[in-house]
Structure formats: structure tokens, C-alpha cells
Design a protein around this ligand. Sequence first.
Ligand code: PLP
Length: 365
Amino acid sequence: MKFNEALKEIKIYEAGKPIELVVREFGIEPKDVVKLASNENPKGCSPKVSEAIAQNAHKAFLYPDDSMHELKSALASKFEVQSDNIIIGAGSDQVLEFVARALLMPNDKVLMSQVTFAMYEIYAKQMGAKIIRTASYEHKVEEFISAYNEHKPKIVYLCTPNNPTGDATSKEDVLKIIEAIDEETLVVLDGAYMEYAAAKDEAYRIEPKDIMAYANVIYLGTFSKAYGLGGMRVGYGIANTNLISQLYKMRPPFNITTLSLVSAIEALKDENFVADSIALHQEEIQRYEAFAKEHNFSYIESYTNFITYLFDENFDSTKISDALLKQGVIIRNLASYKMNAVRITIGTKEQNDRLFEVMKEVLNA
Ligand SMILES: *Cc1c(COP(=O)(O)O)cnc(C)c1O
């Protein structure tokens, strides 16, 4: 059997390790596993969402409303856009996939930062596209503009705040990059963690309406992070109607589930839950900064719900993550991104206490 040549270039995406793996491999009780590897909301989801799922469970046999009218209207009024500016995906991941399939032909180029969300590369490579990266993990305006001018990529990916580094790009800088790019190139502005950045510093808040004047920019958001719905798989893309109607050609019918739709609609009604989640996060992340200082390693200032610890030659990120894993604490090793660093999702107070306890032992060993 001869597979699509493009597959040769693709490394399978390595997802954060599930709780079940630690239970199986190390015999740790599920309740003792602390999972801080996938940037889930440690508070879970809004209790109103759980209630709505229970109340609607009997509808599991029904296909969802494929127009997704209610969810799109709620998002439209939240973001001050129109419903036909919105496409819903099974996670914003699926919107990234629609974008790649709608635009890329073999040997087209795409541009992204040195270290960023791994799925941009995977979806682009599936289409046979070539990956161009800037020199820095930060989204530096000059680097993006000069790489854009040199390579004329078909898509430019801007991830702010950036995953897995946690840094963000100011609205001013993002707009400078967008302004330098002509309409032949699509700019994907991935705001998966925007709720956290916007709460931390207004200069980093970018809303879909800020990019609506540009025909070649799409804003992506997700319910997986601040809204605590990673398991329901709901994300969205917001752009002008021409772009959205092209992406609709890539969308399979009923691409999110009946209960995912219920969850996302309900989640938008409980913005207090999101505000409380962010407040908890802002308090707890300070302990992570203090922990790094106390143990003499550095970290990247975070605009997200995780922190990236950077180690020098005294510590090895793979050894540290493996040692933590054996004790039931799951974090994300960034060695595969060629960084001696780890990414840790900020958990609840109790989870963070446990992480600090185990990590202290590991660092002193
Ligand atoms: C989590 C994440 C997404 C999308 O997640 P979904 O669960 O597919 O919505 C997109 N971009 C970045 C940078 C992320 O971290």
C-alpha cells in the first residue's frame, strides 16, 4: 500500500499523558494522580454545564442542530459580530484543519514561530506544505515581517498567548504584523488562552472584532481552556463571511455532539465561573514564580493557564518530568521542542502543593 507522500514528514502528535496511564504503569490510585499537563481548567467546568449535560443526556440519540444557531448567536453577541462570521469546530483544532485544507496545496509555505502549537505544522504537512519558522519563540514583529517578505507563505500562524511557552504578543505588535501582510496570505490568530492574557494586561487583549476589518485574518477561540470543556471538544473561528463560507465547504455535518453543543451554550451563560477560574489562577501562579526563584531556575512570564520553567545545565527536563511521573504528577516535558524546559498547568491549591512537594524532592535528589 502506498500512502500519501506527505505523511513521511509527519510526526504523530504527542498528547499530554492521561491519568489512566499513570494508574496502569505505576500503580498509583487515580485520586492520587495530579494531572498538570494539558492546560485543563483545574476547577473543572461550570456546575451549570454539568447539570445541563445531565438534563439533556436523553438527547444523545439525536443529531445536534447542525445550524448551531443558538451557540453562534450567543458567540456573536458576546463578540459583537454576526452569526455568519462564525464557524464551530470540534475544538479549535478542527478549525485549524479546515483552514489548512481550504488553502494549502503541495509545496506552499506556512510561517510560524520557532516554538509554537504543534498542530499548525501537522495540518500543514498533511497538505504537503513546507514549514518556515522564525528564529525566536516569541512573536517578534521584525522576524515575522522579514520571513513573510522572503517566503510569501500562504498562511501565517500567530499564537497569542503562545503555547507551549506562555508568552504573549501585544495587540499593537499583532496588528503591526497583520498590517504588513497582503490579502493573498491568511493570518490565523489563535487566541486559545486569550481570556488569561486579557485579564492580566489590557495591552494583550485581542478580540475578534479587532481583526474583522481585515479580509485575510481569522480569529480562533476554544471552550477547552478557560471554560473548562476540553472533553467536550468545542472551538470556533471568527472572520469575514467570505472566508467562513469557504471553510464551511470543509466541515462534515454534525461536527460537534449534541451534548457538546448544550455544554458550550450553557458555559457562555456562566461568565462568573470563568472569572473565578482566572482569579484562582492569578493567585496560584505567583507561587510557581516564587518556587522558581527559590530553586534558582528561570521561567517565562506567563499570559496563560500554565507556566514554562526553563532549566540550565544543572537540571534536565526529561529526568525531572520522568521522576515526577513516577510519583503520579504529570507535567509536560518540552524536550521534543528542543527546549530544556517543562510546561506545567497551574492547578488547584492542593494540586500545586503536591507538585511543589514532589518537585522539591526531585530537584534536591
Ligand atoms: C488547546 C489549544 C488549542 C485548541 O484546543 P481545542 O481543544 O482543539 O479547542 C488551539 N491552540 C492552542 C495554542 C492550544 O493550546
